[in-house]
Design a protein around this ligand. Structure first.
Ligand code: 13P
Length: 257
């Protein structure tokens, strides 16, 4: 983390878990365990579309932001099953995850569609969290740096330095997601720092220094502190551990220290 240069963000990704009826109890427990929200870091929960209204209502009186996990790149029209930027912002959604590896793997999202979704999001006030990361095979082949650089470059194609002030990047090695295998803090730092160098090449150092880069992949209450101690890791995108308020609170508190 480097709080002088950029925001620390702890974002939960509930994926396809939880029910609207469970949100209030989750919020009550979380708020009890986090003494000072927004001391240093922004806390966010990214929830399934149908849970957004319940989450927005439950977290309304707190400093916890609420986000979606996906959105359509299209403005409106005949796109059955999709949800638009306007529909998300109309109800007050503040963040949106774009290009999660599960969307890429199971729903055919590509670097190009990620770029289109990012452009759509940046027409609104929502904060996009753009995910990149390599598979185990790619890591073992030694292409992590090139691959992640390419994902970042395509995702950001046509995005201005001014727009980058509102973009968050999440480095999520696919092999670390939901597996309990976390990247070592050093390995995660190497890639997050490489991403920042790509941003400096695409824009300039000042712009690169201001972008929050999160780590995701089995981050939990035990390993968060070490990961967050790395200079280019500005927070976390947390799946499994964000479903338990106690574990999520511990991670938020670690980021607030
Ligand atoms: P886990 O924390 O469950 O590994 O999930 C990470 C993730 O995919 C967050 O988007």
């Amino acid at each position: 983390m480097n709080r002088e240069l950029r925001k620390t963000i702890i974002a939960g990704n509930w994926k396809m878990n939880m029910l609207s009826s469970e949100v209030q109890a989750y919020k009550d427990e979380l708020v009890k365990l986090v003494p000072g929200f927004k001391t240093w870091c922004d806390a966010v929960v990214c929830v399934p579309f149908v849970i957004l209204p319940a989450a927005l209502q439950a977290f309304d009186s707190t400093d916890v932001g609420v986000g979606a996990q996906n959105l359509s790149q299209f403005e409106s029209g005949a796109y059955t099953g999709e949800v638009s930027v306007a529909q998300l912002t109309d109800i007050g959604t503040e963040y949106v995850i774009i290009g999660h590896s599960e969307r890429r793997e199971y729903y055919g999202e590509t670097d190009e569609s990620v770029n289109e979704k990012l452009k759509a999001t940046l027409t609104s006030s929502m904060c996009p969290i753009v995910c990149v990361g390599e598979t185990l095979q790619q890591r073992e082949t030694g292409v992590t740096g090139d691959l992640v650089a390419m994902q970042v470059k395509i995702a950001l194609n046509g995005i201005s330095a001014e727009q980058m002030k509102n973009v968050v990047i999440a480095y999520e090695p696919v092999w670390a997601i939901g597996t309990g295998m976390t990247a070592t803090p050093e390995d995660a730092q190497v890639v997050c720092s490489a991403i920042r160098n790509v941003l400096a090449d695409l824009y300039d150092k000042k712009t690169a220094d201001a972008v929050s880069i999160l780590y995701g992949g089995s981050m939990n209450d035990k390993n968060a502190q070490e990961l967050l101690a790395q200079p280019d890791i500005d927070g976390g995108l947390i799946g499994g551990a964000s479903l338990k308020p106690a574990a999520f609170a511990t991670i938020i508190n670690a980021a607030n220290q």
